[in-house]
Structures are given as structure tokens and as C-alpha cells.
Design a protein around this ligand. Sequence first.
Ligand code: GLN
Length: 274
Amino acid sequence: MEKLSVTVKKKLEILLIKDFSIDQIYAFSFWILPHLETFNPKYHDAELTRICQELKNRKPIQYIFGLAFFGDLQLYVNLHTLIPRPETEELCQFISVHFKDKDNIRGLDIGTGSGCIPIYLLSKHPHWKFEAMDINANILDVAESNARKYGLHNSIYFHELNVFTMTTLPNDIQLLVSNPPYVGREEMETLATDVLNYEPHSALFSPTPDSMLFYKKIAELVSNSAIKKLSIWLEINQYKGLETLALFEPIGETKLHFDMSGNTRFLHCEIARP
Ligand code: GLN
């Protein structure tokens, strides 16, 4: 094992040094070494060459291995789903702390992708229930297989549903969470090649040039609903904090929260109607 690790690290360095820093190569080796251990040594070189070629093509390592780390979870991902981000983990932590003593919460996740949000929250709060929706069966297959992996498939009800076709919210939810596509088309050039070339644009960019579209729809759904008490937690575009705040302030008690990089990344709106 020790010997394998030294040889593989050397080979990785030779194959990747023109394209990546030593730190990046070191990080890749944490994914590649355990993978090679499951392989017949006869095929190690071919497998290394294949993986390095994909890395050089800037394919994110999570897609190469079909795996992403999210909190304590190891989630399956593929090209239909975004790679869950550390910011989204922070969003889950905010929600978990907000409801820390409640064990009967029912949540709705709009645009669930890999299912990371409900799966994370249910792994901390096993008595909660979730409805999770996304726009097509390929995405929901990923989310469902992740829920099954953690034995949570009976706690999450998946719906193939486009938020723009919705006219009401379920009446029995206390939590509405969403990390919708919020990157503006004008920001496209600022995205890293691996994100832009591999991650699903339908999960990154709003379907129209208006990057606030999802937030407007969510605010409208909440305004029209008869729910008396609801916590809304959203991941938002860091440059659109005040605009998003303005959308929700008329509906409920609204606050922005910073992510660990100091960007306004989350919105919390608390609805309490008589
Ligand atoms: N935070 C993601 C990114 O920077 C975007 C996620 C989203 O649009 N919901 O690529």
C-alpha cells in the first residue's frame, strides 16, 4: 500500500504537473489511491492515464468518480446534477440550528439536484419529512439513489415538477428551502472552465436573462399561500442580496446571512400570520 502510494503519486506528478499545482495533484491522489486499490494492478497504468486525461480536460473529479462529499455524506453525482457546494452545507447548518429542538418539521426543497439538502437535514433530524422537486427524471434518479443509500427514501417524496407551473404550495410545510439557479448570464465569463463546461447550466443559470426569476416565483407562491407559519431559507446570488431582500421583506421578517467567504449568500424569511 505504502509502495503503491509512492509510485502512484510519482506517476500522477509526471502526468499532471503541466496542468495542475502540486497541491491539486496531492488532493487528487486522495481520490485516486483508494480507487486503484480496488483495481487489478495489471490495469493501474491504463486507469491512471484515463483519469488524468479527464482531469486535463478539466472534468471535475467528483464527476470522474461519481461522488461528492457533503458534510458527513458521500453523495452520488452525475452530469445531471450540480456538485454540492460548501455554501449549501452552510445553508443546511443554519436550518439545522434554527429548528434544533423540533422533530416534526415538514420541508419542501425546490430544485433538489443530488438531494443534498433534504438528505443532510434528515441525517441530522431523522423524524422530519421532505418533499423534494426537480425538473426531470434523470435528476430525480440521482436524488432518489442518494436517499436510498442513506435509508431515507421513505422520508422524502420526490416530485418531477417545474416550479413555474406551480400555483400553490403544500399547506402542511413549515420549511421551504431552495438553492435555485442564480448565476447571472453576465457572470458566465467569471465561472471556472470546469464549472462552465461540465455542470448543468439549468442548475446554474436562470432560464431567462433575469437571474431573480426563481426568487420572484418563490416570493409569489409564498404570498399566495395560506400557510400561517413558514421558515424560508434560500441560497442566493452574492451580488443580488439587497434585491432579493427587497422581494421578501414585504412578506415576512427577512434577514441576509453571510457565507464563510463573507459573501451575502443566504436569505432567511420568517412568515408568521395571525
Ligand atoms: N454556487 C454555485 C456556483 O458558484 C451556483 C449555484 C446555483 O446557481 N444555485 O457555481
